[in-house]
Design a protein around this ligand. Structure first.
Ligand SMILES: Cc1cc2nc3c(=O)[nH]c(=O)nc-3n(C[C@H](O)[C@H](O)[C@H](O)COP(=O)(O)O)c2cc1C
Length: 341
């Protein structure tokens, strides 16, 4: 049975990738992931704020007043730490490349155009097989008394497209864009990123919100691992895009078992990435997912992943309205009211 796939021009032994997280931080874990069946790993993101002391991002944040307390600026590193952080990351790419045979993808979250490009080049030189642009940002807007909130959706999207264009122009490395789900027209944005040269589109980053502590009147970071239901949103958009963009499509978010991987392939993805399932069940869960995939494919007489790819995409299903407005109406009317107490 052939479960190989390709992604960003790389030939992978399966569609199972360990996405960017602390799990892919140490060489030991990367090797364990490879042994458990990961076809590739994405390293944790390196953030421009960890790399730069003097850049616009920092200036911008400082200008917003975050320097008013020592605590607020405490995540900006000292000069030595900057060089150190950068070297550690690049070395980790080199070490992972020499110790493993699976592709190693680096992940970068920049804040300024020059920062993205400069570090993308360094990542390429360090030998990463591909680069994932982690575009997570919070469009909280810049409020000014005169103009109000003047950062528009169009400006944000244009920035993303320009970013891809610039990174592609400066490097030869395959580039995937990890998107957030909060865009008004995902297909249009995907098409623009595709035209700008993105080799892959990774759907979707989860959006984290801080929680309020009403006792201490504090706002704190909160990270809850994903649930399998979150996969449906990814399947929906991948099924819609499949066949209409040249870039490879990747799922991240809600892949917890073999069924999720199979559904992703049927929607039209090239690969399925997972993190929460491994954080909850351990790295060996990857082996279980792969074994279950084989079993299911055997039982259903599939010979390859390729055979199922896109079979449940909008292009392929007999009723494309399942992905459109008609589905909304059907979904609402499919709910059966139970007797309430
Ligand atoms: C603890 C933790 C750290 C993460 N760090 C990163 C990161 O550095 N860069 C990134 O792009 N995504 C990061 N992610 C997001 C994951 O790569 C993944 O996209 C997300 O968790 C959804 O996939 P899942 O449902 O399989 O967990 C992180 C997730 C977790 C849980």
């Amino acid at each position: 049975m052939d479960i190989t796939t390709t992604y960003l021009g790389l030939k992978l032994k399966s569609p199972l990738i360990a996405s960017s997280s602390p799990l892919t931080e140490t060489l030991e874990n990367i090797q364990r992931l490879e042994e458990a069946g990961a076809a590739a790993v994405v390293l944790p993101s390196i953030f421009e704020e960890q790399l730069t002391l003097d850049n616009n991002a920092q200036d911008r944040d400082l200008a917003r007043g975050s320097d008013s307390s020592a605590e607020a600026t405490s995540y900006f590193p000292e000069q030595e730490e900057v060089r150190h952080g950068q070297d550690v990351y690049l070395n980790q790419i080199r070490r992972a490349k020499s110790a493993c045979s699976i592709p190693i993808l680096a992940s970068l979250n920049g804040a300024t155009a020059s920062g993205w490009v400069r570090f993308a080049k360094e990542i390429e030189q360090a030998g990463a097989d591909a680069l994932e642009l982690n575009t997570y940002s919070v469009a909280s807007g810049y409020y000014s008394h005169d103009a109000g909130y003047d950062e528009t959706s169009a400006t944000i999207e244009k920035g993303l497209v320009n970013l891809v264009r610039q990174v592609k122009a400066a490097t030869q490395i395959p580039v995937a864009v990890k998107l957030s789900q909060q865009y008004t027209s995902i297909p249009h944005l995907a098409m623009e990123l595709d035209r700008a040269g993105a080799d892959g589109i990774v759907m979707f980053n989860r959006f984290y919100q801080p929680d309020f502590d009403i006792e201490t009147l504090d706002v704190r970071p909160k990270l809850v691992l994903s649930r399998p239901e979150e996969l449906l949103l990814r399947l929906h958009w991948i099924a819609i895009l499949y066949g209409n963009v040249r870039a490879d499509l990747a799922v991240t978010g809600g892949i917890h078992c073999a069924e999720g991987v199979l559904k992703s392939m049927m929607a039209g993805a090239q690969v399925a990435m997972t993190t929460s399932s491994l954080l909850s069940n351990g790295i060996s869960h990857l082996t279980t997912m792969q074994t279950d995939m084989f079993r299911w494919m055997e039982e259903h007489e599939y010979k390859s992943i390729q055979q199922m790819r896109g079979s449940l995409s909008r292009r392929a299903v007999p009723d494309p309205s399942a992905f459109e407005r008609g589905n909304y109406i059907k979904t609402l009317s499919s709910y059966t009211l139970r007797e309430t107490a």
